[in-house]
Design a protein around this ligand. Structure first.
Ligand code: AHR
Length: 498
């Protein structure tokens, strides 16, 4: 395969928020995940220090919270103030202690130096409740909600900039589900009230790549919106926890930009493409496993035990790393319109990081974020790929797909002009030779390689099969000065400049 990169053809700058994260009040993401007061591994505020350190290493730019489905039945006032009264979480059918609320979330973001992004309750909530939350977070001292924040020991406004109206309210099963003709006016009224409190906030609204939903949303509320949110999970495991194998997952790596293309077209049609960006604010190869959440009878705890299956580290292999790199490459190639994306979730469940009583496991996809946030540049540059080999694969339903074997994205760092190219080889057994032109001969290169002994390699407690290493011996130059890279099978690589 031949690649030509054009370091002087800068397409656009990517927003660092495409490497965003997501935490929901589900299973062990919050309690026992990021927040574990009393644990010897936690700091004085109750946050797991090993998790904080791992999140700092991947330079988390933004965290979305509190959900997800949880948000559609969450009343934020239960989670603030000195006394926290437990509530019943109707989304996930468990008691919520409310020990972790807005104050704790903002404190977490301050520790990480990242932006908080709050998803409001457009399910059982109201525009007034949403705008009261903005009062609580962003007003200096005016009114009962800012005063409540101050009384809770937090005198300074939180200045939460990113807010979304709702979560997947288009789904019939979502609490407070809305029809397309209800949703636009609802978003408009919520946006008006929230921006009446703080005109400086940026607002998103839950959406799906559906013309009717989005036409009605953009007609009614487009003028108020800064973002439009979509979600994606490709290995759907909600009821049946039988994860797709490596090759079946590779069948999901084609057409990753399908929904971005649809939304981009609509934003252009409405003339909103300069005002509204896409927030892919939940994405993961693997859908979460939470069977029978609507049907389990009272007293049946099996449906809760089933959620433990999300924590099986053997599930998360090089398939997750390769898919995630392909998705991040898609985000880079569309960074003019996709400004935020949030891996769902970050800690436990299907997350990048698994916590256990003695420490953490960094799952393969974690290292993809580490490589991209530390090594890829902020400017997306043009690159032309020729003779990309194709591979035939079947998805888990036996349907045949032909996908590109290799996936490439090229960047440049505006601070020092250094070029960084991500190269993904999806083939489970075949290595691939890439001839790359466009990097000056005087540049001293390294190749960071993430792979494992086999496609199903994973990390677990006491097991580290998938960790990135520099393998510069895989890089050479030919007589024309082009860079020749020998990509191992089943790998995510970043070619960078020393
Ligand atoms: O499976 C978890 C759920 O996936 C999130 O709560 C929701 O937003 C998405 O449908």
């Amino acid at each position: 395969m031949k690649v030509k990169i054009f370091a002087d053809r800068i397409l656009f700058e990517r927003d660092p928020m495409i490497y965003g994260q997501f935490l929901e009040h589900f299973h062990r993401q919050i309690y026992g995940g990021i927040y574990d007061p009393g644990n010897l591994l936690s700091d004085q505020d109750g946050f797991r220090e090993d998790v904080l350190e791992a999140l700092k290493r991947i330079r988390v730019p933004v965290i979305r919270w509190p959900g997800g489905c949880y948000a559609s039945a969450y009343h934020w006032e239960n989670g603030v103030g000195k006394e926290r009264i437990p509530s019943y979480d109707k989304a996930w059918r468990v008691e919520e202690s409310n020990a972790f609320g807005t104050d704790e979330f903002v404190r977490l973001c301050r520790k990480l130096g990242c932006e908080p992004y709050i998803c409001t309750n457009a399910g059982s909530g109201s525009p007034e409740e949403m705008s009261n939350w903005v009062e609580y977070c962003n007003l200096t001292s005016e009114g009962q909600y800012a005063r409540k924040r101050i009384a809770g020991g937090n005198p300074e406004p939180y200045r939460v900039k990113y807010w979304s109206v709702g979560n997947e309210n288009y789904l019939e099963g979502e609490i407070g589900s809305k029809t397309a003709d209800q949703w636009g006016p609802f978003v408009r009224e919520a946006s008006k009230m929230m921006k009446r409190v703080d005109p400086g906030i940026q607002l998103s609204a839950a959406a799906i790549a559906d013309v009717d939903w989005n036409v009605q949303l953009l007609k009614a509320a487009g003028k108020w919106m800064n973002w439009i949110s979509i979600h994606g999970y490709w290995d759907e495991l909600w009821q049946d926890n039988s994860p797709a194998n490596y090759l079946q997952c590779m069948a999901r790596t084609d057409n990753l930009d399908r929904d971005v293309r649809k939304i981009r077209g609509l934003l252009n049609a409405f003339g909103l493409e300069k005002q509204v960006r896409i927030a892919y604010d939940e994405w993961n190869l693997r859908g979460w496993h939470h069977p029978m959440v609507d049907t389990a009878p009272l007293g049946d705890t099996n449906f809760l035990k089933a959620r433990d299956k999300n924590d099986d580290n053997q599930t998360y292999t090089m398939a997750d790393a390769v898919f995630s790199a392909c998705f991040l490459n898609m985000l880079l190639r569309n960074a003019d319109i996709v400004g935020m994306a949030n891996f769902a979730p970050t800690v436990n469940t299907r997350g990048l990081i698994f916590t256990h009583e003695k420490g953490i496991v960094l799952r393969p996809a974690y290292y993809v974020f580490e490589m991209y946030t530390q090594l890829m540049g902020n400017e997306v540059i043009d690159c032309f790929c020729q003779d990309i080999p194709r591979m035939e694969v079947s998805d888990r339903f036996g349907q045949r797909h032909t996908v590109d074997q290799l996936d490439i994205a090229a960047t440049r760092c505006d601070a020092d002009g250094k070029i960084a190219v991500s190269l993904v080889n999806k083939h489970p057994t075949d290595s691939a030779s890439v001839r790359l032109a466009g990097i000056p001969a005087d540049r001293n290169l390294f190749l960071r390689v993430l792979t494992g002994p086999e496609p199903d390699a994973c990390n677990d407690v006491g097991v580290s099969q998938v960790v990135p290493h520099d393998r510069n011996n895989l890089v050479s130059r030919d007589d024309s000065g082009s860079v020749i890279i020998q990509l191992p099978p089943c790998c995510v690589c970043v070619l960078g400049e020393k």
